[in-house]
Design a protein around this ligand. Structure first.
Ligand SMILES: Nc1ncnc2c1ncn2[C@@H]1O[C@H](COP(=O)(O)OP(=O)(O)OP(=O)(O)O)[C@@H](O)[C@H]1O
Ligand SMILES: [Mg+2]
Length: 297
């Protein structure tokens, strides 16, 4: 079964879609089979990359099938290895449908175990920056959640209260059985400006969650850079837009560092030089013997 990462935060505009799309683009360029699922009812991941085959159905078919989707909901982007489930529910219909289901938290997790997913190494699920049943279902489907946090007072504050409250709420059911436990939440400091204020807030976040049982702040920091917006406009993965190897904080280097931190077994794999095969992700790193410390293990 694929390694599943959901991008969640109760705050909007922190970079979920940007990071999900670009990580997907990079992992696909590594040679992994990647499925990007747009579980945001205001579609943006759906429009991020050009699509050369648009399937008749999308997210609502995945959800309303109760987690047993057929292959008519998988679109193909122009990038090899990168497929898409687009968001096709502009209204609140899907959230309302979920609200009526007792098993709503488990529906996307079930979908991740469906035969359709066997073709993929990695599934990335993007969600809307708000609290809702679809977001929670996406959170419960994941091996880990990645939550971008901008190092400004509003975003950091909302992360420390809103997003962490959602994590706590998800795990309140865990007392009833391990299957109700969510994966860990990895915070990614994103759009970091080179200011004293941003550095101070990042340090506070690291300190505050240093001993948290289910939350970790990733070492990789994504700087604020025009390349992220420009690559989105050009509709190409940012590692392909800013390919400067010699500049430590170029998008090429930052995105590689992020992929390697999430999947230690991919360390030193580069875009365009794929040497991975199916089954090399999601199991920790046997070769370096890190005992499965890999973020998505
Ligand atoms: N590292 C970065 N540097 C500069 N701009 C960034 C960076 N990351 C994201 N952005 C910009 O911030 C804006 C919001 O990003 P994005 O849409 O990915 O956030 P989001 O969390 O998905 O928002 P929503 O909750 O509305 O779905 C976009 O214009 C994006 O280009
Ligand atoms: Mg988004």
């Amino acid at each position: 079964m694929p390694a599943v990462i959901s991008f969640v935060s109760t705050k909007g505009g922190v970079g979920k879609t940007t990071v999900a799309a670009n990580l997907g683009g990079l992992l696909a360029a590594f040679g992994l089979k990647v499925l990007a699922i747009d579980a945001d009812v205001q579609p943006s991941l759906s429009k991020f990359f050009p699509v050369h085959y648009r399937s008749p159905r999308g997210l609502s078919a995945v959800v309303t099938s109760g987690g047993n989707p057929a292959d008519d909901c998988i679109s193909r982007t122009i990038f090899s290895n990168l497929d898409l489930v687009y968001s096709d529910t502009p209204d609140a219909g899907l959230q309302a449908w979920l609200n009526r289901r007792e098993d709503r938290l488990m529906i996307l997790r079930r979908a991740m175990q469906s035969p359709l997913m066997e073709a993929y190494d990695v599934v990335l699920i993007d969600t809307q920056g708000a609290v809702g049943e679809l977001q929670k279902s996406a959170a419960m489907a994941a091996n880990v959640m990645v939550s971008p946090v901008k190092p400004d007072a509003l975003s950091a504050g909302e992360f420390a209260t809103g997003t962490i409250a959602m994590l706590d709420e998800l795990n309140r059911l865990a007392d009833f059985g391990e299957s109700f436990r969510s994966g860990d939440l990895l915070a990614l400091i994103n759009a970091h400006e080179r200011t004293t204020n941003a550095r101070a807030l990042s340090a506070v976040l690291r300190q505050r969650f240093a001993d948290h049982a289910k939350v970790r702040i990733l070492d990789t920091v994504v700087p604020s850079a025009a390349a992220y917006c420009a690559a989105a406009t050009a509709r190409i993965p940012v590692h392909d837009f800013d390919r400067r190897r010699q500049f430590d904080n170029s998008a090429w280097n930052v995105m590689h560092r992020l992929a390697w931190e999430l999947f230690p077994s991919l360390a030193n794999v580069y875009a365009g030089a794929p040497r991975r095969t199916r089954g090399d992700v999601g199991t920790g790193d046997e070769r370096t013997g890190d005992g499965g410390q890999g973020a998505v293990a």
